[in-house]
Design a protein around this ligand. Structure first.
Ligand SMILES: [Mg+2]
Length: 280
């Protein structure tokens, strides 16, 4: 609690995508983002990870990063608030493995049932169709990381193999069932229609309001279409360069484009913003 209210700048909140943003697109490394991360941490600025990854993946990654802030999983499907940040969530008392989880999405069983039906009409594969070896080949994840990526509770990751026209039909059918698809770097995430990274950020801003007094300046960083809602819910939207595709169009009070990709681009822009707001 103290690290939040003792911010050494005007209230700032950093919210970030991982793959292709804070982590390199190719090798998932974050080393080059560490200087800016450590500086934000020392200044008491929360760094909220907002990702398509699962809670199991995030728990491991946060440990590697030394991050203890709340986080958002499976493309905005749930907010996870660590027990020590319970002051952010006054109404819920249920704590599982040290976290309060606030779901915005729907359960994965419902999503898998519908996808099983839709497989009769469209060509695609999902994470749960693959053996661990296939998953590692498709994602580039390590043998340790791949099983954690399979622990999905609110979304399914789809590798689309059909035409663009079929893709549009498929997305319309999802909408009829109160689901939607969000394109990340490699995969299409299928999740509850109400869940996206922006809706989760809005919920998180409300939770932080009593802590910050004034609403903080929200800096969001992303690289893909599934980040658009999060970037547009921010005061400063940062697009990390991705050689694989052009940056999405963003409407936000300020939009910054990094020159370098992945962790290097993340570090460059966050350092500049920390300079601007007078972080030590
Ligand atoms: Mg990304």
């Amino acid at each position: 609690m103290t690290e939040i209210i003792s911010q050494k700048t005007e209230p700032l909140l950093i919210v970030t995508d991982l793959d292709g943003t804070m982590l390199n697109h190719e090798d998932y490394r974050f080393d080059e983002a560490v200087p800016a991360l450590e500086r934000a941490h020392a200044a008491g600025i929360p760094v909220i990870l907002n990702t398509s990854k699962t809670r199991a993946e995030l728990l491991q990654l946060r440990e590697a990063l030394g991050n203890t802030d709340p986080f958002i999983i499976e493309n905005g499907s749930a907010l996870c608030i660590p027990e020590q940040h319970m002051h952010l969530e006054g109404t819920t008392t249920e704590i599982t493995e040290g976290y309060v989880e606030l779901p915005l999405g729907v359960g994965v069983a419902e999503i898998r049932d519908l996808l099983t039906q839709l497989k009769q009409k469209y060509r695609f594969e999902t994470f749960s169709d693959w053996t661990q070896e296939e998953l590692q080949k498709q994602t580039g994840l390590s043998a340790e990381a791949a099983p954690l990526a399979l622990k999905r509770r609110y979304s399914e990751a789809v590798l689309w193999q059909d035409s663009d026209e079929k893709r549009r039909e498929f997305l319309a059918e999802l909408a009829d069932h109160d689901l939607h698809g969000l394109q990340g770097g490699r995969f299409l995430s299928i999740l509850g229609a109400e869940a996206n990274k922006g809706a989760a950020l809005e919920r998180l801003k409300l939770l932080y309001r009593p802590v910050f007094g004034d609403t903080p300046v929200v800096i969001a960083l992303g690289d893909s279409d599934n980040d658009i809602a999060m970037l547009e819910a921010a005061d400063i939207a940062v697009l990390i360069a991705n050689r694989a595709r052009p940056a999405p169009e963003i409407s936000a009070p300020e939009v910054i484009y990094s020159e370098r990709t992945g962790a290097q681009g993340w570090n460059d822009v966050v350092q500049k913003l920390l300079d601007r707001y007078g972080a030590p």
